[in-house]
Design a protein around this ligand. Structure first.
Ligand code: FEO
Ligand code: CA
Ligand code: CA
Length: 630
């Protein structure tokens, strides 16, 4: 393994190499969850809640609380629409296929567009988003994670791409949409022909920057310098920098590669990232050989990064910031530490993969360009101990046994495995509290916990932050860096919420005490703080509303109070969607929220209703009285 193994305790060594059997671990950790359940319960029931509300109970919908007081938690439901509290309303800002320019074709529900029309229109499956104020204009950058094949190819008998143009339409539906938005007569919408409007797709030229630039593993026949890649795709969460740029995160980049030679054996390095001979049905290799790994085995090494985009300059070339590592990036939560170094928290969303932190080598200087701060620094991976402490382990040639920082930037998962990082239950978004020195990560779920190692063979026995075997509900872990210093190498952690279903289970699967019949949910994914220090939680989970998930309804958005642990449901999405991505208007009277893949299984007509084609959308939610939400 690695040089770092002699740094770890015998206990940690044992945990890694000789995992105890699941039952023993589970009993122990289950008790820990239940005691945290009591702890959170006490905080909420007998602490501040009792002070404010007297005998407030967290069970049930009524009477909660001291989160923004003006709404009652929304009840779970299975409606094919958005449900917000009574004193709020919502409307659609933009949808997949909406034109960005006057010469774009309007969305055609029969053909569902062509490659040409899609290049001039909003992409599919909006995900993470950031709103920028540029020269008194509001410019919304939003990811287009993937395309719903059964919907965008719903005009085809096979519901799959059948022509080269179909494939190119799919490629154009991916990437990022940048659009100026404006409120007119109380409704937000896209400003067509704004000079800021831009589509970035799977074919947009990008610079490769940072340690991996020019490395042999990055070189291809089309790019012998390993310095320019075409496109970005499967852009999941996002982030923003204080110097005004957008960070977009490449997640499941592997699913677009395939092999024309069915006997081709992908390298172990490709296998660790899930790159194999079959793609997920996008058929990109049918129009571009670079997606054929038997012919271009290095092409997948050029994806799986965080990409920085300048929304102010539509002609700027996006940069792949390889110093932030290569994995299935979820979001990029950036904070400037008190000492001026830039810290970016990053999750790798796959079962048993890891949580990362980047610390810039140079300091942020307000007013300076700062444009290449993300090219040099140290990448760390988290190691959690069951006693509530944790450490960030640097990924360097010394700790990993790898030869160069470039290799660590490209084979980041392998580097993290080499230092004995803690396997996690699918790290989704990280959010940093703007008011207190703490950060939160959504661990969405992990059916393999306690059963199977991760793709690198690292054991995934139950552990402190991942306390349940076959974890079908997920949890949110938070940590506080020592001295409130996000560059510190040590932290203390606890569980903010353990999702569960208290109507079905009375053990750890019932969730922590701050989960109740009025707010239960599964699979936390999007996480974001507002300026008041409330935590917004978005879900991408099981919406069957049956069995283990009975009573949870459609995917939803909730608001949590970090001080008390209290959680209230704010919104329920339409059928078969996930809720993902959010941004605030400058006056905080409107929150923009992403509704992704409504009707992914064919059972929604959101948002236009009737028999219309379901379309991913960004909506605006505001109070009926127009005042600030939070
Ligand atoms: Fe694209 Fe991990 O969600
Ligand atoms: Ca996500
Ligand atoms: Ca997810």
């Amino acid at each position: 393994m690695s040089a770092s193994e002699d740094e770890i305790s015998f206990d940690e060594f044992d945990d890694t190499h000789y995992p105890r059997d699941g039952a023993t671990d589970f009993q122990k950790i289950s008790q820990t969850v239940l005691s945290r359940r009591r702890f959170l319960g006490q905080g909420a029931k007998f602490g501040a809640a009792a002070f404010v509300m007297g005998t407030t109970s967290l069970t049930g919908l009524a009477g909660c609380t001291f989160l923004p007081e003006d709404f009652s938690g929304v009840e779970a439901n299975n409606k094919d629409t958005v449900t917000v509290p009574e004193n709020y309303n919502w409307h659609v800002v933009s949808m997949w296929g909406d034109p960005l320019w006057s010469n774009s074709l309007p969305f055609d529900p029969v053909t569902r567009g062509t490659a040409e029309s899609q290049l001039l229109a909003v992409g599919d499956n909006n995900d993470g988003m950031v709103l920028f104020e540029i020269d008194e204009k509001l410019v919304l950058a939003s990811n287009n994670e993937y395309v719903n094949r059964s919907i965008i190819y719903g005009n085809r008998a096979s519901k799959k791409p059948e022509t080269a143009d179909d494939v190119l339409k799919g490629m154009a539906g991916h990437g990022v949409t940048i659009a100026e938005i404006r409120e007119t007569d109380g409704k937000w919408g896209i400003v067509k022909d704004s000079p800021y409007n831009r589509r970035i797709t799977a074919n947009t030229p990008m610079d490769i920057s940072g340690p991996a630039r020019g490395h042999d593993m990055m070189k291809t026949a089309a790019d012998p310098d390993g310095a320019t890649a075409l496109g970005t795709w499967n852009n999941c969460g996002s982030g923003r920098t204080p110097w005004g740029t957008y960070l977009t995160c490449e997640e499941n980049f592997n699913g677009y590669f395939s092999s024309s030679d069915e006997n081709y054996t992908p390298s172990d390095a490709l296998k660790r990232y899930g790159v194999g001979n079959k793609d997920w049905g996008y058929a990109w290799a049918s129009v571009d050989e670079r997606f054929d790994i038997s012919k271009n085995p290095n092409e997948p090494n050029r994806f799986g990064y965080v990409v920085e985009i300048d929304p102010e300059n539509p002609d700027s070339v996006p940069k792949k910031r390889t110093a932030l590592g290569r994995f299935k990036h979820e979001n990029a939560e950036l904070v400037v530490a008190a000492n001026g170094h830039v810290v970016v928290y990053l999750g790798d969303d796959e079962r048993g993969e890891f949580l990362y932190r980047f610390v810039s080598a140079e300091k942020y200087r307000e007013g300076d360009e700062n444009r290449d701060l993300l090219d040099a620094g140290t990448l760390f991976v988290a190691r959690f101990s069951d006693d509530g402490t944790g450490k960030w382990i640097p990924l360097t040639p010394e700790t990993t046994g790898m030869t160069t920082q470039a290799e660590i930037s490209i084979l980041t998962r392998q580097a993290a495995s080499a230092v004995g990082a803690t396997t996690m239950d699918r790290p989704e978004w990280v959010a940093v509290n703007p008011i207190r020195g703490e950060a939160y990560v959504a661990l969405t779920n992990n059916k393999n916990r306690g059963k199977k190692p991760n793709a690198g063979g690292n054991p995934a026995s139950v552990n402190g932050p991942n306390p349940r075997a076959e974890n079908l509900y997920g949890q949110i872990v938070r940590w506080r860096p020592v001295n409130n210093d996000h560059t510190a190498d040590e932290f203390n952690w606890d569980l903010f919420v353990v999702a569960g279903n208290p109507t079905v289970h009375n053990d750890a699967y019932g969730g922590s005490e701050n989960v109740n019949i009025g707010n239960m949910f599964n699979s936390p994914d999007g996480l974001s703080f507002d300026d008041s220090g409330y935590l917004w939680i978005q879900t991408d989970g099981n919406y069957t509303d049956e069995g283990d998930f009975a009573g949870m309804g459609n995917n939803q958005m909730l608001i949590g109070d970090p001080l008390t642990g209290e959680i209230k449901r704010f919104m329920v999405g339409p059928k078969e969607c996930e809720i993902t991505g959010m941004a605030w208007s400058p006056d905080r009277s409107t929150v923009f929220v992403g509704i992704q893949h409504p009707g992914e299984k064919g059972n929604s007509h959101f948002p236009e209703g009737g028999q219309s084609v379901p379309r991913s959308a960004i909506i605006a939610v505001s109070r009926k009285d127009g005042t600030a939400i939070s």
